[in-house]
Design a protein around this ligand. Structure first.
Ligand code: GLP
Length: 263
């Protein structure tokens, strides 16, 4: 595990974009797992800039998004489809054939749909680099507390806390989604490399539990402790409750000397 502490969310976004851009330059056909949410905005902005100004080429990149609200059509302004178009996909040269986002408008045989999403990841050869945010309750994707640590893409009922966090985005109470389709923890853990981003004081408790707390389904991000190649990039506020900050800094410095290609 590597922890990179950044002074603010702008620098966090730039650092995350640097990691993604390097991965794309190394492997132009990168299979990239993507997340949504306000934390991702700085990273997407910087990737768009790199595409425009430095010709960062996404033409062969294949993307898989983590999740989508159930019941929202792709043109709904709060859908993750809309978020992705607005903030990233419409501004870079990713081929529409190479983008995958769970379909929130499906009805009926969810299990079959979710199995087909899993299959599309497998058929593409698996995810090389998965980007994650984190919920206040420590969720990744929409894997709410008590999700099975081996779970696969499936329908998930949202927790009260997540629904509360989403309230501000929806005009009417009855419009707030109660369920989502999300990659499972098991799906996420199969990515070769994982990058989790967090900013702001509201994420500080979740970050310290995910990194320094016990492995528990009550904080699903703690499952990342089982993964062999995870980098957390957090700003000062989100890292404020970590107890071992000095150790993480030493790990980073030694990594820069011993295995600089990991950075
Ligand atoms: C939602 C998404 C997560 C995301 C989280 C945090 O729950 N399913 O993938 O990490 O929101 O969002 P924000 O970055 O806006 O705090």
């Amino acid at each position: 595990m590597l922890l990179v502490l950044k002074p603010n969310s702008e620098e966090l976004g730039r650092e995350a974009a640097r990691v993604v851009a390097n991965a794309v330059r190394r492997n132009p056909a990168l299979r990239l797992g993507l997340a949504t949410g306000s934390t991702m905005l700085g990273m997407f902005r910087e990737l768009v800039r790199l595409h425009r100004e430095e010709k960062l080429d996404f033409s062969r990149v294949v993307t898989f998004n983590l999740d989508e609200y159930l019941g929202l059509p792709s043109n709904h302004p709060q859908s993750f489809h809309h978020f992705m178009r607005q903030n990233f996909l419409a501004h870079v040269n990713v081929s529409p054939h190479n983008t995958h986002i769970p379909d929130g408008s499906i009805k009926g045989d969810y299990q079959r749909y979710c199995a087909s999403y899993e299959r599309s990841i497998r058929d593409a050869g698996g995810i090389d680099l998965q980007i994650l945010g984190i919920g206040r309750n420590g969720h990744i994707g929409f894997n709410e507390p008590t999700s099975s640590l081996g779970s696969r893409t499936r329908l998930k009922v949202l927790s009260k806390e997540t629904i509360e966090d989403n309230r501000k985005f929806f005009a009417a109470e009855e419009d707030i989604p109660q369920c989502a389709i999300t990659m499972g923890i098991g799906t996420i853990l199969e990515a070769k490399r994982i990058l989790l981003l967090a900013n702001g004081s509201s994420k500080a408790a979740a970050i310290s539990k995910a990194i320094e707390g016990p492995l528990t389904a009550s904080v699903t991000a703690s499952a990342l402790q089982l993964h062999g190649d995870v980098t957390f990039i957090v700003d000062q506020e989100a890292g404020a409750q970590l107890k071992q900050q000095e150790y993480y800094q030493r790990v980073l410095e030694m990594t820069a000397v011993l295995t600089p290609e990991r950075l």
